[in-house]
Design a protein around this ligand. Structure first.
Ligand code: HEM
Length: 214
């Protein structure tokens, strides 16, 4: 869980950097840059290997997460008469399974919207490249009847990602045995910062795309 989770954090940073182009490079130039980026990401051999590693990590992380959640339940089939989980464990750490399930639902829908369209869908062309830029902009457009629903859905999904990471990052280091009186508080603080910053920046993208197309 720890290794795949921390690897997926690295994926998130790369994915975020790529997607932030949608904000920082606009107009015709942005369309060309994003489509070239998408073409590179789907065809360059080394990136393809990283992609397969990402899919495998998601799969392993999900399956192992389900197994662990079931083992936890089985270990305590009868609930405590009096339970005050909040006394020594934060809400996110007690609800990683639920948060993970919300993220999984988001991922399936997200992959269908963009990844499937890019790889197998009927996609418009622009300057000889698949026009994923237009697909993304239309998805979060006020002219699309479900555009606002998509924006709200993406923002809510990022909240689940934020809570999941708020426990997941530091827990990943702990599981790998990285625990030290001096460094653990720094890891916990950095984990919280990561959990706040990355999903917030992800959430800003659909909001920005919607507002700038009003
Ligand atoms: C506003 C936020 C986001 C936008 C605009 C966005 C956009 C995209 C696009 C356009 C693709 C297709 C790229 C391609 O197949 O080459 C993609 C793929 C993907 N996205 Fe996102 N994404 C966002 C957030 C997320 C988040 C939060 C996660 C994970 C929790 C995620 C996970 C993935 C995965 C696993 C793929 C497949 C990557 C691959 O084929 O290597 N995305 N995303």
């Amino acid at each position: 869980m720890a290794l795949t989770g921390l690897f997926l954090c690295l994926f998130l940073v790369g994915h975020l950097a790529g997607n932030l182009q949608l904000i920082f490079i606009t107009g015709e130039e942005g369309q060309q840059a994003f489509n070239e980026y998408a073409q590179f990401m789907t065809t360059f051999p080394l990136v393809k290997i990283l992609s397969y590693l990402t899919y495998a990590s998601v799969l392993f992380h999900v399956v192992d997460g389900i197994v662990l959640t079931m083992q936890n339940r089985k270990a305590r089939p009868v609930g405590y008469v009096k339970e005050n989980g909040a006394a020594n464990a934060k809400w996110a750490s007690r609800n990683m399974g639920i948060l993970g399930t919300i993220i999984l639902v988001f991922l399936v829908s997200h992959m269908q919207s963009f990844w499937y369209t890019m790889h197998f869908g009927d996609i418009p062309m622009h300057n000889g490249l698949k026009d994923l830029h237009t697909v993304v902009l239309q998805f979060f457009s006020p002219e699309n009847s479900l555009g606002l629903v998509a924006v709200v859905g993406y923002v809510l999904a990022q909240m689940a990602v934020a809570f999941h990471l708020s426990h997941g990052v530091q827990s990943g280091f702990q599981s790998l045995g990285v625990r030290h009186a001096k460094y653990t508080p720094i890891i916990e603080l950095s984990g919280m910062g990561f959990a706040l910053l990355v999903p917030t920046l992800f959430a800003i993208i659909p909001i920005f795309l919607y507002i700038t197309q009003l």
